[in-house]
Design a protein around this ligand. Structure first.
Ligand code: ZN
Length: 282
């Protein structure tokens, strides 16, 4: 893919390198969000500090991925170990940026999905650390998705603002509703809370951006992804709380990148086509 930006044909290798660099810098900011949001701290001020000695991190030590390796994974001042997760999130965000732009191109859709992917990365790691999903992202994101769908209906492939609003609302309803009903069933069957409110709000948020089909498939495939660590815990007899957010995020990404193929193999695409045909003839 050689996109044309501002009338210039950009060679593939060049934009991939640039997208990775840009993504890893964003990843550095996502690290700040992951650390500070669940602690109710501002993500803007103060600038990045060492969690150990609170000394500001020098700009050249803060270079994504490479900075951590240059320091040998330790703070320059207090020599406290810095988690490998910092460069990992930076590299992951860099790769996710390249992947999203490769799949959707330098289009408005591609940029919206990019922001959504960034939100999913933040949510996943906060959920792993604290078993919570911040409302700022899930509820705030749902509001943003709804607003965006009204001002820009083509996000859902429709033309009027009413249709855009309908698609986003339906997405919120199917995303949140499917997990809410599952949670109610789980509470009834297992007599304990089985589905967190954060998960419900997260899938509702995704529905606002991606519509009801994508969140419905995500609802169906995420438990299958969660089955892998679930079975491993049973085999190795480990007791851990497994947050569900990262599996929803993984399910969303798989569905977003492979929706046509998934619609075909799950038969959902065919079902939707038959309903449309039925409505046309009756
Ligand atoms: Zn330090």
């Amino acid at each position: 893919m050689n996109p044309i930006i501002l009338g210039i044909v950009v060679p593939e290798l060049f934009w991939i390198a640039f997208a990775f660099l840009f993504g890893s810098i964003v990843g550095s900011f996502l690290n700040v969000c992951i650390y500070r949001m669940p602690r109710e701290e501002s993500v803007v001020t103060p600038p990045s500090r060492c969690p150990g000695c609170k000394k500001p991190i020098l700009w050249y030590d803060n270079i994504p991925v490479l900075g951590w390796f240059a320091l040998g994974g330790k703070c320059r001042h207090c020599k406290k170990r810095i988690s490998w997760r910092y460069p990992f999130v930076e590299a992951l965000t860099g790769l996710a940026t390249v992947g999203t732009l490769y799949r959707f191109g330098f289009t408005p859709h591609g940029l919206v999905y990019l922001v959504l992917v960034y939100a999913l990365i933040v949510v996943s790691f906060i959920d792993i650390d604290f078993q919570i999903i911040p409302d700022e992202i899930s509820v705030g994101g749902a509001g943003l998705g709804l607003l965006l769908s009204i001002v820009w209906p083509s996000l859902h492939g429709v033309h009027t603002w009413v249709q855009g609003w309908q698609q986003a609302s339906l997405g919120i309803l199917v995303g949140g509703g499917s997990l809410y009903v599952t949670g109610m069933l789980g509470d009834f069957l297992f007599k304990k809370e089985s589905m967190g409110g954060g998960d419900i709000k997260l899938l509702a948020m995704a529905g606002a951006f991606l519509g009801w089909k994508v969140v419905l498939i995500t609802f169906l495939i995420s438990p299958m992804i969660a089955l892998i660590p679930g079975l491993m815990m049973i085999i190795f007899k480990k007791e851990h709380v497994i947050p569900y957010g990262p599996f929803l995020a993984a399910g969303l990404l798989i569905t977003l990148f492979a929706d046509n193929w998934l619609l075909r193999v799950t038969g959902i695409g065919e079902t939707i086509r038959l309903i449309h045909e039925y409505r046309q003839w009756h």
